[in-house]
Design a protein around this ligand. Structure first.
Ligand code: MSP
Length: 579
């Protein structure tokens, strides 16, 4: 992974840049939380991480929405982007950078890149005749449309377009792309997406891609032909490089692409995390542009699945769009992050339901982890005034716990290195359950009645506190508040958490003299009936509901469509990359 800078390896990870056409929903948040988890994990493992997210602000869709609201596109996106920044703060997203494609450094860099591709003959002028889907910002040919003439991605109407256009010689790069994908099995993940790209898009052949529009205004102008606006996907995809300084600033002269230090240090990206419906843009168009520029390709594009709501695709018209802000307000950020990472297998589709969320919160968080913490610190406080005496007396049952928890970090790393967040969490919770069982087996309250058992009691509590220390360290990539809360309550210094990862590999490091400090309940239990009332859960038939209002517990009224593609779509079966 990454290059070596001194001793620290770099790791560059990105989310897609979101369309600020409306408030973001839980599906978008899922994508960002998953990426955040990777970034946090790599930091904890000592990597020099750069985590980029941002907003994709140009294009016909934004132009149209802003016009409907009576605002200029920039006025409109400025408001939405503020809300997105707030949402990421609320969800403890640890991005190092945030790019807006309206940032002037990006706009200039895109123009330089476009001009260079034109100068070297990879972009040429022609005429585009075909269909355009505004919500997906995708070009389609007639054969690619559905039988009733709709967009194959989102099933909505398409516009007939016939206009002068610049084209990118995508076809020229097909063979190189196929070879790259075949030679690098890790490039497109999961494997099913890789096969889909090869079989459905690349093998049938690629046509050149229309990369400019004269019929829209809101976008980056073609530098040598100002009637044309650069195709929004070309503008958007290059963000991953321009934000590192590629094509920006101190460029030596016209047509030259300056490569800033950050670009040299972090490029190529280690992982672009994207939703499954935009894998084709990231594994065909983006790599082809990079090949044309003679730049290295990202090491991995990971296509995650889609989140439905109670089994239904989320869309504004159904009124079932789930607003992450209200969820965080009701359940806390850890609960939402935990649910998304635990319940949805990364790479597969998943479902959000209030019932499943409440179930996870109560069973895994409140019961398993929360009770383990509160019982342990309460006993340490009650029996020893908070600090354990030094005498120990081990028994056979201790060894099994020490072995399971002491080796846990290795298993978590194994799962995380494969991006299997759910498995990593399942391993941690298996150990947490075992620790709770250890309490039942050792019955500290019985030991406490016999002063001759003091050393044994101290040993049991030590093992519990030590387990909690390790859990606090290992849950850090996933949930952000509990590690601090656990550390505080077991008497350790939370500021040591970021550097503590490797210490989870050695059982027994809970320090002598630490004093527990019982605190607030970490995860209050959630009441499903009350939450269902507050969130106005859709009826069993999945009928449309008013998810707005409801005591402010959830307000999906202003939330956007589930995506540009309005609902869960499978890009398979969709046609070529465009033009
Ligand atoms: N702007 C483009 C991406 C450009 S990247 C160079 C875009 N934006 S989007 O806002 O429509 O979608 C952003 C991400 O949110 C995509 O990865 C998409 O898959 C994800 N999701 C949108 N709805 C989703 C669900 N219901 N579930 C999970 N992720 C979903 O596409």
């Amino acid at each position: 992974m990454g290059q070596t800078q001194g001793q620290r390896k770099t790791f560059y990870v990105t989310t897609p840049i979101y369309y600020p056409s409306d408030k973001l929903h839980i599906g978008n948040a899922y994508c960002t939380v998953a990426t955040d988890t990777i970034a946090r994990y790599k930091r904890l493992r000592g990597y020099d991480v750069r985590f980029l997210t941002g907003t994709d602000e140009h294009g016909a869709k934004i132009e149209k929405v802003a016009r409907e609201k009576g605002m200029s596109p920039k006025e409109y996106v400025d408001i939405i982007v503020e809300g997105i920044l707030d949402l990421w703060r609320l969800m403890d997203i640890s991005n190092d950078q945030f790019i807006r494609t309206t940032d002037s450094y990006h706009e200039e860099a895109v123009q330089r890149i476009f001009a260079r591709l034109h100068d070297q003959g990879d972009i040429y002028k022609g005429e585009y005749e075909g269909w355009y889907c505004v919500p997906c910002e995708s070009f389609w040919t007639k054969t690619q449309l559905t039988e009733d003439g709709m967009c194959p991605d989102c099933a909505r109407g398409v516009e007939v377009t016939k206009e002068e256009s610049y084209f990118f010689r995508l076809s020229k790069y097909r063979d190189k792309l196929v070879k790259h994908i075949e030679d690098n099995p890790g490039f497109i993940q999961p494997e099913s997406r890789r096969n889909e790209m090869l079989n459905n898009f690349l093998k049938p052949g690629l046509e050149d891609l229309s990369v400019s529009r004269v019929s829209i205004d809101w976008g980056i102008r073609v530098p040598f032909d100002a009637r044309h606006v650069i195709y929004v996907w070309v503008d958007a995809l290059t963000n991953y490089a321009t934000q590192l300084g590629f094509g920006v600033g101190e460029a030596a002269g016209a047509g030259e692409l300056g490569a800033a230090e950050a670009y040299r240090k972090y490029w190529p990206a280690d992982i672009h995390v994207v939703g499954k419906e935009i894998v084709r843009f990231h594994t065909i168009i983006w790599p082809a542009i990079l090949l044309a520029l003679g730049e290295p390709l990202p090491k991995c594009v990971f296509g995650h699945g889609w989140l439905t709501h109670e089994g239904q695709k989320m869309s504004k018209s159904r009124g079932n769009v789930v607003d992450p802000e209200s969820l965080v307000a009701a359940f806390g950020v850890d609960a939402i992050r935990y649910f998304l990472l635990r319940d949805v297998t990364f790479g597969m589709d998943g479902d959000f339901s209030l019932k499943a969320l409440v179930g996870r919160v109560n069973a895994d968080l409140a019961n398993d982890l929360g009770n383990l913490l509160s019982r342990t610190v309460a006993m340490a406080e009650k029996y020893f005034g908070g600090a354990l005496p030094e005498e120990r007396e081990a028994e056979a049952v201790d060894a099994e716990l020490a072995e399971l928890v002491g080796s846990l970090c290795g298993r978590v790393e194994e799962s995380m290195d494969r991006l299997q967040f759910g498995n990593a969490l399942a391993e941690i919770w298996r150990a947490i359950s075992r620790t709770n069982k250890y309490i039942d087996e050792t019955m500290p309250w019985v030991l406490a009645r016999d002063s001759a058992k003091k050393a044994r009691l101290a040993t049991v509590l030590f093992n519990l506190l030590e387990s909690l220390r390790i859990y606090a360290i290992l849950v850090q990539p996933f949930i952000t508040r509990a590690p601090v809360s656990i550390y505080e309550q077991i008497g350790l210094e939370p500021s040591e958490l970021p550097g503590a990862w490797d210490s989870a590999k050695s059982w027994g490091a809970y320090p002598a003299g630490a004093k527990v400090a019982p605190g607030a309940i970490m995860f209050p239990r959630a009441d499903y009936e009350k939450m269902a009332e507050a969130f106005r859960v859709p009826d069993a038939a999945g009928g449309a509901v008013d998810a707005s209002g409801a005591g402010g517990a959830v307000d999906a009224s202003g939330a956007g469509d589930a995506s540009g593609a309005d609902g869960a779509v499978d890009a398979s079966g969709a046609g070529g990359a465009g033009a």
